[in-house]
Design a protein around this ligand. Structure first.
Ligand code: ZN
Length: 74
């Protein structure tokens, strides 16, 4: 599995949340990753490395980041 993390990704984790849910939505993807429990709405933040260790599967991909190519110098 690649290490790409997108806002809007729906992921499952190795350990379920105490509420019983194991599906999460990525709401922030940077140096820190913030995910929201899809079952109870709880938000947790962790660093990228830890997120990748906990992530079991990507159930649904978030939208592609839109990047505008830079124009050539001349
Ligand atoms: Zn929960």
């Amino acid at each position: 599995m690649n290490d790409e993390i997108r806002v809007g990704d729906v992921v499952s984790t190795r350990k379920p949340h105490p509420c019983g849910g194991s599906e999460w939505t990525v709401v922030r993807a940077g140096l820190d990753v913030k995910i929201r429990c899809n079952t109870c709405g709880h938000l947790i933040a962790m660093d990228r490395q830890r997120f990748l260790q906990r992530r079991k599967a990507v159930l649904q991909r978030g939208p592609e980041l839109i990047t505008v190519p830079l124009p050539p110098d001349r």
